[in-house]
Design a protein around this ligand. Structure first.
Ligand code: AHQ
Length: 251
């Protein structure tokens, strides 16, 4: 990740300007990736949608570990009391199944067996590397930088709402109960972004810190974009890693 060197004597942006510059990163959001555009306009095959669900499961299961890493770096009880909800949102508890289970149900609604989803044997190397880069970044970064890296969810409600409206039209073979994940995530994302954005605007004060927050957001945007690049090669161009190699790996 290239770190821009900004002299500290440069005046920081106002809170409003800083927020606007974070929001202005929207064009880099993966809703604009060709794979995602094809998905939400009904141009993906059943195999490509299933491949996306199988690969994104790896991202979903990594989120609680990412958030636990952030919590382990955070000495502020007030922040932890709110941030810990993200782990429960994904792992669930006695009262709620959690997002990871809802994602399994999404996969089953797409005709995939639970065992195949949970085995993670279909996760592409490029997806794994991108997700691991995100988790490892949050593990070693300050908790404040970890907070900033979650702000791609500024743009998430739109992508979930698009799936909720478009998938039934384009993919009638998907059982509608599978969309529960996206329906639950809209409100969770709004709540998470309210907390994460408020913290980022409060904590990244100098111009150099504000620029750093933008760099971190750009890094996370590239994590999401790179995941779809790997899926594009595999499921649109049918050229998964080593597709043209004859050898023991291609069993
Ligand atoms: O389902 C998603 C989710 O649980 C999270 C957690 C959050 C984070 O902590 O980085 N980001 C995120 C996202 C989810 N869904 C993605 C999608 O396109 O379905 C969007 C993604 C994000 O915008 O970061």
């Amino acid at each position: 990740m290239n770190v821009s060197i900004v002299k500290d004597d440069v005046a920081p942006w106002s809170r409003e300007e800083f927020a606007a510059r974070l929001q202005a990163m929207e064009p880099y959001y993966h809703i604009h990736h060709p794979f995602q555009v094809k998905m939400n306009s009904g141009q993906l095959s059943k195999a490509a949608v299933q491949g996306w669900v199988l690969n994104r499961f790896y991202y979903q299961t990594a989120i609680p570990n990412k958030d636990a890493a952030l919590l382990s770096n955070c000495p502020d009880r007030e922040v932890r009391r709110r941030w810990i909800q993200r782990i429960i949102d994904h792992d669930g508890n006695e009262q709620a199944e959690g997002g990871i289970e809802r994602w399994v149900r999404l996969g089953m609604a797409c005709g995939l067996p639970r065992e195949q989803i949970e085995s993670q044997r279909d996760v592409l190397p490029g997806v794994r590397f991108a997700v691991d880069a995100y988790v490892n970044f949050v593990r070693r970064a300050s908790w404040q930088e970890g907070v900033a890296s979650s702000l791609t969810e500024l743009f998430a409600p739109t992508i979930h709402k698009e799936r909720i409206s478009e998938w039934p039209k384009h993919y009638p073979w998907i059982e509608q109960t599978g969309l529960d994940y996206f329906k639950g995530r809209v409100s969770e994302a709004h709540r998470d972004v309210a907390h994460g954005m408020g913290l980022t605007l409060d904590l990244f004060r100098t111009r150099a810190e504000q620029e750093r927050a933008l760099e971190i957001l750009r890094f996370k945007l590239s994590v999401l974009w790179t995941m779809l690049d790997a899926m594009t090669m595999a499921y649109l161009y049918e050229q998964p890693p080593f597709f043209n190699v004859k050898g023991p790996l291609n069993v």
